[in-house]
Design a protein around this ligand. Structure first.
Ligand code: FES
Length: 261
């Protein structure tokens, strides 16, 4: 248990660093709520002074690392077709009920894709779609699966799938994008369906993470300006988007950085 270990180590100052670049109350928000609840359950309230890195959808280092990954994916195509490859950004979907209560995820995802395309400055067509829907509820779309089916119907063969909400490889990239959607694409005749690499331990990405923490500590801000804005339809109760025991500005003594994903 990280919190108990932190207390045992004598940590007094901590940064909760979300590894979700784009904020959603269902990911970063719920993880932070759970962090505060766990801290209370362990009797550790008041033990640490906290600040939060709650979102970084257009951080230049992150965007630059994403552009690198896209270029690495494009390099797998012959030069003569490279400019025509469709850049298919695929992000984790959310139930529409979450979007309708005011979650900022879609706008932050759009901002990321826009910034990556600006950084690439390439002529390729592009689109953003959403994957990983489960259950009978309505989900944010267009879905990655339906997008692949439509592209196959339109006789487009070269499609670069770019995992955009996922900063490292896990089931949504290795299983869902590579095996499930990759298999579907090839069965439907999209022979040029390729997946761009996830960021993983790409040096430019690691530098971006270090830069984010450094800038956060230098700045002295407790969280992003938007962290305290609650969804108009918030269902999280009074504890949603709280920050217990906020750090004083530049209080770096006894610091521990906690990455959350
Ligand atoms: Fe978004 Fe509570 S659910 S602020």
């Amino acid at each position: 248990m990280a919190l108990a270990q932190m207390a045992a180590d004598g940590v007094t100052r901590a940064v909760a660093f979300s590894q979700y670049p784009q904020y959603s109350c269902t990911t970063t928000g719920s993880s932070l709520n759970d962090l505060w609840r766990t801290q209370a359950r362990l009797g550790l309230e008041g033990r640490f002074r906290w600040s939060i890195i709650d979102r970084w959808p257009t951080h230049p280092g992150y965007i630059g690392a994403m552009a690198e990954a896209v270029r690495d994916g494009l390099a797998r195509y012959p030069a003569e077709v490279r400019d025509d490859v469709l850049l298919m950004f695929s992000a984790h979907s959310l139930p529409l009920s979450v979007i309708e209560r005011g979650d900022s995820y879609p706008q932050e995802m759009g901002a990321t894709v826009h910034a990556v395309l600006d950084a690439l400055a390439l002529p390729n067509p592009s689109l953003l779609c959403y994957q990983s829907e489960v259950g009978p509820v309505r989900w944010l779309g267009p879905s990655t699966e339906h997008t692949i089916r439509r592209l196959a119907h339109g006789k487009r063969h070269n499609v670069l799938a770019i995992p955009i909400a996922f900063v490292n490889d896990h089931i949504e990239t290795l299983s869902e994008l590579d095996i499930e959607y990759g298999g579907l694409a090839h069965r439907l005749g999209l022979q040029g369906f390729v997946r761009a690499p996830a960021l993983n331990d790409r040096p430019a990405f690691l530098e971006a993470l270090a830069g984010l923490v450094h800038a956060h500590l230098e700045d002295g801000a407790l969280h992003s300006p938007r962290y305290r804005e609650r969804c108009p339809g918030c269902t999280g109760g009074p504890g949603c988007r709280q920050l217990p025991d906020p750090a004083g500005a530049r209080a770096a003594h006894g610091l521990r950085v906690m990455a959350m994903a």
